[in-house]
Design a protein around this ligand. Structure first.
Ligand code: ADP
Ligand code: MG
Length: 767
């Protein structure tokens, strides 16, 4: 008998276990059983050969059409070729050997059907599999064995690898299933209510289905497992959170907040007012608030945060504002200090009566400034402390931390949230998380399942739309010249522009895509993925590294094809200064600059003394310079959908119309090009984030809490399984509310422990 945690080698033997571990990282019985088939072939139904793509490892079911054998040139061996067909298309199986291969002609005879497995390539215009593994389905000699292996109508086809074929995996799965001893974690009542089959049954059914209906039934049940376990964890977390107490900070009449509101230079939008009221109420409560505030780029989230922070300061507490980059932290510091004016000048001449102070704490402060900031935080002199993840460090203390605001959530993982929360001492601080990346409901229910949500749907009045155009630089090179002319026109009208590049350049990154290319942090820093996890001490590298969807694979493709490296800030700035933008005031901004130079560049740009800022994605989030009206994104195909949307949010923040030009050399029919067209076609961040999600693996979406190499979500698709996730959430919440420790469901409690252990192990492994 075997349980899920058993090492595979004990069950199937070393020889079979080895390639599973080395090629697919499957080490336990559970790992193997969660390695689900990629698809199912119906016995006798041939694979559509036209669908195969070069480079893929595939398993195809096909019929041998003809075979040829010929000596190699130079007489050093022979080539045997079998052409197999799906009835329409063909693919050639090629076998090389030192000697003659007559025996193959007997085995691979025309008319036979089999499964063929190998890597697809193209040779002289013909698709081929070189040296494929094969398993004939009805060959004379093999008939008995094949019949036993493939008695079923439906043949599972597994994600396989060079070292191990789909049917070898199937064989191991079969052995494991035969000895499996498994407890069903799903509570009886829930299984009954939703017509779910048992877990053992579902595992058998997904791996060795009798028919398609069997597969469906099994998948449904296993999806439920995924959704339900996750929701049970989240429900437990929510309940644990309500057990904490927080210091209530009700609004104080005549406090800083009142003064601030009276002096606001604009009217709050309805959405801002509603969110404000909710937050105001929750901060006044004696349990910690856990709220996610989502709103389009430019919808005015900061002012909501400032108001909440002032309410807490009025109540005698402190607030911390955590920003993902130094550039953004510095900007928040500047603009909030400015907005507060005398309200933030405690102890200074001209300070208001109940004034507080705002402190900035980032990793790059000089020793003296750092000491001052630390002191102001620890003594409570600073009611508001703004910073990067430097705020999370151990030496940082607060006198009375009442509220933590986290800006641009996707840069912070759950672990960071917890670290800051822990600084509040006994009671817990209220937590407000802000993100400009709209999050589909199901993602919100899973990734941010422990947070309540407020959404800002409208932009403040008087905003101008942003016009976005794709500039196909490969097809129409002269368009690029027009781009620079266009920037010149903007500058002539007194406006400013951004030019964003995927790479920093200079010798340090050796011309490769690494140093500052959009390949660093997450699969897409723009998405709600949490992939852009902050690594302690990697602040400024992260600034640039965070984000592009361009994964390493994509780079590999292009570089292999002999394409140039992506456009770099330093190269392009020099070129523009000499050529098309000569005479304009250009400045570069990127993560490798020393912090004071970065600060100086941002300040100069904000003050209008720089016309064109040539930059990496450091400007991606939150940067707010209303006079900047145009943005050019070079090699735009290297960025993700949400990221581009974020980037263009930097322009059109004032009353002048924004312009965003996405320059690309991607072919008109390339996938990346379609992505750009989609960005150009809509300003609806919600639509774009769905699009982004559709194109990524679910695991990428889930953020650090979930995004191990093996996400716990295999079958569940967040976009399509909305209903199921909703049901699972309701069931889980009900169950956990009645029995928080799950004492009545030991199998479920054990499964949850297993899930969390796996996650923790992966988290540690990554760190
Ligand atoms: P985001 O939600 O992207 O963080 P910000 O908070 O940076 O947006 O706000 C963008 C700009 O809009 C800021 O300059 C801010 O002062 C301004 N703003 C915020 N709320 C309003 C409003 N109700 N009316 C007019 N301008 C506003
Ligand atoms: Mg913002």
């Amino acid at each position: 008998m075997a349980i899920l945690a058993d090492p595979l080698r004990l069950v199937i033997g070393d020889k079979a276990a080895k390639p599973l571990a080395s090629a697919l990282d499957l080490r336990t019985v559970g790992d193997l059983l969660r390695h689900y088939p990629r698809r199912y072939d119906t016995r006798g139904e041939l694979t559509d050969l036209a669908s195969l793509r070069d480079g893929e490892y595939v398993t195809v079911q096909a019929e041998i059409a003809k075979v040829t054998s010929r000596p190699m040139r130079g007489g050093r061996g022979s080539i045997f070729e079998a052409t197999v067909t799906d009835g329409r298309g063909q693919i050639v199986l090629t076998f090389f050997a030192r000697g003659r291969q007559n025996w193959r002609e007997k085995v691979l005879a025309p008319g036979l059907r089999g499964l063929f497995s190998g890597q697809v390539s193209t040779f002289r215009g013909k698709r081929q599999l070189a040296h494929p593994d094969y398993e004939l389905l009805d060959a004379g000699d093999d008939a008995d064995r094949a019949a036993a292996e493939y008695a079923a109508e439906v043949i599972p086809v597994y994600p396989a690898a060079k070292e191990i074929t789909s049917w070898q995996i199937a064989r191991s799965v079969r052995i494991v299933l035969d000895v499996l001893d498994i407890e069903d974690p799903m509570p009886r009542a829930i299984s009954r209510r939703h017509g779910l089959c048992g877990l053992a049954d579902a595992l058998r059914g997904i791996h060795r289905p009798i028919d398609r209906a069997d597969v469906q039934r099994s998948v449904q049940r296993l999806k439920w497992d995924e959704a339900f376990l996750l929701q049970a964890v989240l429900a437990q977390r929510r309940i644990a959170a309500t057990a904490y107490s927080a210091t209530p900070r009700p609004r104080v009449a005549g406090g800083l907040l009142d003064t601030f509101d009276r002096g606001l230079p604009f009217e709050l939008t309805i959405g801002q007012q509603l969110a404000g009221v909710t937050i105001c109420d929750e901060i006044a409560f004696d349990h910690p608030m856990h709220r996610l505030l989502q709103g389009e780029v430019g919808s005015g989230k900061t002012v909501i945060a400032v108001r909440a922070m002032l309410q807490v300061v009025d109540g005698g507490g402190q607030a911390a504002l955590l920003a993902p980059t130094e550039v953004l932290a510095a900007q928040h510091f500047r603009s909030i200090t400015e907005q507060l004016g005398p309200l933030a000048q405690a102890g200074q001449l001209g300070g208001a009566e109940r004034a507080t102070r705002v402190a900035l704490l980032t990793g790059s402060l000089g020793a003296a400034a750092r000491r001052r900031a630390l002191l102001e935080a620890a003594s409570g002199t600073a009611g508001i402390v703004i910073g990067t993840h430097a705020l999370l460090e151990e030496g940082v203390q607060f006198a009375d931390l009442g509220l933590v605001v986290i800006d641009e959530q996707h840069r912070f993982g759950v672990e960071q949230r917890d670290a800051l929360r822990d600084k509040a001492g006994e009671g817990r601080p209220h937590v407000l998380v802000m993100t400009a990346t709209p999050i589909p409901r199901t993602v919100a229910m899973t990734v941010f399942g422990d947070l309540e949500i407020s959404t800002l749907t409208e932009l403040p009045a008087g905003r101008s739309p942003i016009a976005t155009h794709v500039v196909p630089a490969a097809e129409k090179p002269h368009y690029l010249a027009r781009v620079w002319e266009r920037l010149r026109e903007e500058v002539t009208q007194g406006r400013q522009c951004y030019v964003v590049c995927p790479r920093i350049g200079g010798e340090q990154d050796g011309g490769g895509p690494d140093g500052g290319g959009p390949d660093g942090g997450g699969p897409d820093g723009g998405g709600p993925d949490g992939g852009g996890q902050l690594r302690p001490g990697a602040d400024e590298k992260d600034d640039d590294g965070l984000g592009g969807r361009a994964g390493e694979d994509e780079f590999a493709d292009r570089d292999a094809a002999g394409t140039r490296p992506p456009v770099a800030v330093l190269d392009l700035a020099a070129e523009l200064e000499r050529g098309p933008l000569a005479g304009l005031r250009l400045t570069v901004l990127h993560g490798r600059l020393p912090p004071d130079e970065k600060e100086a560049a941002m300040l100069a740009f904000a003050a209008g003394s720089v016309d064109v800022l040539v930059t990496t994605t450091v400007v991606e989030v939150g940067v707010d310079v209303p006079n900047a009206t145009a943005m050019v994104v070079m090699d735009a195909d290297r960025f993700g959908v949400s990221q581009l949307h974020q980037l263009r949010g930097r322009v059109g923040r004032g009353s002048h119309e924004g312009l965003c030009l996405l320059v690309t050399e991607a072919e008109a029919d390339a996938r990346s090009r379609r992505r750009l067209d989609a960005v150009a076609a809509t300003l609806d961040g919600f639509k774009l984030s769905r699009l982004d999600l559709e194109q990524r693996r679910e695991g990428d979406v889930l953020g650090s809490a979930q995004a191990g190499r093996r996400s716990s979500l295999r079958l569940l698709t967040l976009l399509k399984d909305e209903k199921l996730i909703g049901l699972a959430r309701t069931e889980a919440t009900e169950l956990v509310s009645a029995d928080p420790a799950l004492a009545g469901e030991p199998a479920l409690a054990a499964a949850i422990r297993g899930l969390l252990d796996r996650e923790r192990a992966e988290y540690l492994e990554k760190a």
